[in-house]
Write a protein that binds this ligand. Structure first.
Ligand SMILES: Nc1nc2c(c(=O)[nH]1)N[C@H]1C(S)=C(S)[C@@H](COP(=O)(O)O)O[C@H]1N2
Ligand SMILES: [Mo]
Length: 495
């Protein structure tokens, strides 16, 4: 590689990085970091097997890793352009610069930035740094000596990083945070949430009701939609006699409101995994909201649309169930942003994918709708598989107690799990566990089993749930995709 090639590649990479820095500095003006929008765009368009693989391999880090990849991509493209630059005609150079500006504007619009003075300012803040950096690194009197050149690059890079960080701070301070952090408002309680039986609260056991802050979060977004409740309205339309809109205040004041503990589990949860929780939800039955619009004979599906482009569909017959809620409260507060503020769907007994967050529209459709994950190869019905997980173990003298949770989405309405059997010797002998009284028809049931073990400290615990007709949960192991993981959960515990 000749020195001028190295120089140009380096300059290109630094110019690309300066652009990313400019995008970052412009954040407070345009309401977000543009590479996040690119990452989201990729997530939405990537095939289901790829996102599943990424999430199963990288977990929480999947999205940060993707955003880092996007930034690396920008730097690489910029280096490549710099390499070809001398061969570009004047016209081509102008086009390249123009494309950079258009790309910046497109990214801002993908972030949801409207045309405003702030957006124009943001555009300047984003495109000025690469321009200035390119100038500083190519102007006459840039040393051609390798060491001097690198010193110059270093100075420019550090100088721009410091100035951009400073600029961002100033902008944050003057523009204020784009959205002041929303505080969940207290809700007036109609009933108090069940506490559960304290006998099931021991080492490692989850509380009967998961506090909102501990409930798992899964969605396709990198930055969660922030919705202004004053401007939000839930549209109910489609093949109905009378389409209408419901404001946030109208939803909260709806007389059909009820409270309901409901277990939610992500279809991508592995046997024994943590993507499961039981919220105490408040909401209005979907059946009432749909009935108020008067669906016509041609209604087939009820489609829920969301602010992040997500959608789900449920057959109109299912909507007659009174336990499907448009929820606006969790615990004793309104919904947190990450759980779908201002309103989300709750479909008890189905996997979490059915439970659209950040609802904007309920559409009664006259044909079947292909939902977000269905289009990516996951099961559309998504009825939760019968399951039991090991969670806790505690020793008290000679006595050992093990426990966990059991759940099923059988849709019988009540008492889906009739019992739990547990083995503490790897599946040789089975005993009946004690099961906590049902909190609600679609809430998990905690189980526990106590036994005497003065000498042993290691146990190979296996657990299986029994359905109401006595059917034993299947032992057959299947992967989460396409319709949820199955198999008995096994865990070695030491007490
Ligand atoms: N709008 C929207 N709703 C969504 C999703 C999403 O990506 N966007 N993810 C779904 C999935 S896969 C799950 S498991 C649940 C998780 O809800 P939680 O984050 O409140 O636990 O939300 C569902 N609703
Ligand atoms: Mo999910």
């Amino acid at each position: 590689m000749s020195s001028s090639t190295t120089h140009r590649t380096t300059i290109g990479a630094v110019v690309g990085a300066a652009w990313v820095g400019g995008l970052f500095a412009a954040g407070p003006l345009v309401g977000g970091f543009a590479p996040d929008a690119v990452a989201e765009w990729i997530i939405v368009r990537s095939p289901g097997w790829l996102s599943t693989l990424a999430i199963s391999q990288l977990g929480f880090y999947a999205k940060p890793v993707l955003v880092t990849g996007v930034v690396a991509g920008v730097v690489a493209v910029s280096a490549a352009v710099a390499l070809a630059w001398p061969r570009f005609s004047r016209g081509k150079r102008l086009v390249a610069v123009g494309l950079g500006i258009v790309a910046t504007a497109a990214l801002f619009s993908a972030l949801g930035t409207g045309v405003s003075l702030g957006a124009v300012g943001g555009l300047l803040v984003a495109v000025a740094p690469p321009y200035v950096v390119a100038h500083l690194l190519t102007a006459p009197r840039v040393p051609s000596n390798r060491r001097r050149f690198l010193e110059r690059v270093g100075t420019v890079a550090v100088g721009s990083a410091v100035s951009l960080a400073g600029l961002r701070l100033v902008l944050e301070w003057t523009a204020g945070p784009q959205e002041s952090p929303r505080v969940e408002e207290p809700l007036e309680r109609r009933v108090s949430p069940p506490d559960g039986d304290p006998a099931f609260d021991f080492e490692g056991m989850p509380p009967a009701i998961t506090p909102p802050g501990s409930h798992y979060v899964v969605d396709i977004t990198v930055s969660k939609p922030t919705i202004d409740p004053e401007e939000w309205a839930l549209e109910v339309d489609g093949v109905v006699e009378e389409p209408y809109e419901l404001s946030y205040d109208e939803l909260l004041a709806h007389e059909g409101s009820l409270e309901q503990p409901t277990t939610m589990i992500c279809i991508s949860n592995q046997v024994g995994g943590d993507l499961i929780g039981t919220g105490h939800w408040t909401g209005v039955p979907l059946s009432e909201l749909v009935a108020a619009a008067g669906p016509t004979e041609s209604a087939v599906d009820v489609v829920t649309h969301a602010a992040d482009g997500y959608s789900e569909a449920i057959p109109i017959e299912l909507v007659e169930r009174e336990d499907i809620l448009v929820a606006y409260g969790m615990g004793d507060r309104t919904l947190a942003t990450e759980h779908g503020f201002p309103a989300r769907l709750l479909v008890p007994g189905r996997y979490g994918m059915k439970m659209t967050k950040w609802l904007t529209r309920i559409e009664v459709a006259d044909r079947t709708h292909e939902a977000y994950w269905e289009a990516r190869g996951w099961d559309e019905e998504a009825v939760v598989e019968t399951m039991a997980y090991v969670r806790g173990a505690e020793r008290d003298g000679d006595r050992v107690e093990v426990g966990g949770v059991a759940f099923a989405g059988l849709e019988t309405g009540v008492e889906e799990i009739s019992g739990v059997e547990v083995s503490v010797d790897g599946g040789e002998q089975w005993q009946a566990a004690e099961v906590e009284p049902q909190l609600a028809p679609h809430a998990w049931r905690r189980w526990r089993y106590a036994f005497e073990a003065p000498d042993e400290t290691e146990f190979d615990v296996v657990v299986r749930a029994l359905e109401s007709d006595g059917t034993v949960q299947t032992e057959e192991e299947s992967s989460p995709r396409p319709s949820g993981a199955t198999g008995w959960h096994r865990m070695s515990v030491s007490v």
